[in-house]
Design a protein around this ligand. Structure first.
Ligand code: PLP
Length: 372
């Protein structure tokens, strides 16, 4: 082992781009244009160009991006929104915050994404949208989901908080449905140095509405057309993202090489299941998540030798205290139940040193013992 292993090594990333980032931050301090402005506008242009989406509205977080998308669609009390129970809490939280009800659909056991074949049966007259989440970076079965949605006459929001830069049939995540949302939380694949997010759409009316909603529904100074939020991105975050975006494709390919090395080392181990990426899509490997048989023991052994791991996600959303009132029968989610008990994410970032990764792989090979 070369040194202490970080789960996500943001310090080395900063050192790599330090002169450019320090300079960009200093420029913002000198101009004193802290919120919105030129850097934010150019970031939005760059993100639009990168994803191929006609409109990009940057905002204050991935959670606010979801909220803005749902607000633009007019989601409110008594509406239902279909989503996955295997995601970060914010996906369902944004739905609930608007008074609507999240309707959970079980996931696939290979990709851990929402099972598209089970969506249709949950659609009724109250269903107003579907939010598939591209979990760990892998896009969902978007053609199937878009088809089901279009037959029902409802929109699709891709929660692409983890999948910025991933592709589906050659098209970029965030640009695969009516609206796409992402997050620039520091530990996400494309992270800033605070909170940040963005909303993407190629629909002109949503593009225009979301831009207003993001800034208090304000159309022209002091004129408020909608009830919106303060969802503005600040200029320092935009400047940092503009720099990181230039190197992002290189970072994604490093993440893919690291994922491949993990998979080569771990795939033959009995009781470990490595990630499966479907043929028509790519992942940015926001997380490298394996399934293990006895997770508690696995995590303990790893932490004893100072290898950090994380569990995304131990608790299905329908089991969260706040959703007990939905009275959801966990027996209807056999795959989610199984996956939540078995998943564990390994250190992953473009700056994971080869020596450290070899140490992680050797360690797992040693204590997992028997080969298949
Ligand atoms: C991180 C994340 C969010 C929330 O993003 P924030 O920027 O932290 O608000 C939403 N959905 C998913 C799937 C996420 O991973």
């Amino acid at each position: 082992m070369e040194n202490k292993i970080d789960f996500v090594d943001l310090k080395t990333q900063y050192r790599t781009y330090k002169p450019e980032i320090d300079n960009a931050i200093q420029n913002i301090l000198n101009t004193a244009q802290f919120i919105q402005g030129k850097e934010v506008a150019s970031l939005e242009d760059n993100l639009s160009a990168y994803t191929g989406s006609k409109h990009c509205i940057s905002c204050s977080s991935g959670t606010d991006a979801l909220l803005l998308a749902l607000l633009s669609l007019g989601i409110s009390t008594d509406d239902e929104v279909i989503t996955t129970p295997f995601t970060f809490f914010a996906t369902a939280e944004a739905i609930s915050l608007l008074g609507a009800k999240p309707v959970f659909v079980d996931i696939e056991d290979k990709t851990y994404n929402i099972d598209a074949s089970m969506i249709k049966e949950r659609i009724n007259t109250r269903t107003k949208a579907i939010i598939p989440v591209s979990i760990f970076g892998q896009p969902c079965d978007m053609d199937e989901i878009n088809q089901i949605a279009s037959e029902a006459g409802i929109p699709v929001i891709e929660d692409a908080a983890q999948s910025f830069g991933s592709t589906y049939k050659g098209k970029k995540s965030c640009n695969l449905s009516t609206i796409g949302t992402t997050s620039f939380f520091p530990a996400k694949p494309l992270g800033c140095y605070g909170d940040g997010g963005a909303v993407f759409t190629s629909d002109d009316s949503h593009g225009k509405k979301i831009r207003l909603l993001m800034n208090h529904g304000q159309e022209g100074r002091g004129k408020h057309k909608y009830i919106g939020i303060n969802g503005r991105l600040d200029a320092i975050q935009a400047a940092i993202l503009n720099i990181k975006l230039k190197y992002y494709n290189k970072e994604i390919s490093k993440r893919n090489s690291i994922a491949e090395r993990y998979t080569n080392g771990l795939t033959d181990i009995k009781d470990i299941i490595t990630p499966a990426i479907k043929k028509d899509r790519t992942s940015n490997f926001a997380q490298y998540t394996i399934r293990v048989n006895n997770r508690a023991e696995f995590v303990n052994k790893m932490s004893e030798i100072n290898i950090p791991t994380a569990i995304h996600y131990p608790i299905p959303l329908y089991q969260q205290e706040v959703y007990q009132e939905l009275k959801i029968d966990s027996k209807k989610f056999p795959v989610t139940e199984m996956i939540c008990n078995e998943v564990v994410s390994l250190p992953m970032c473009p700056y994971l040193k080869k020596g450290n990764q070899d140490f992680i792989i050797d360690t797992i090979q040693n204590f997992s013992g028997v080969k298949k």
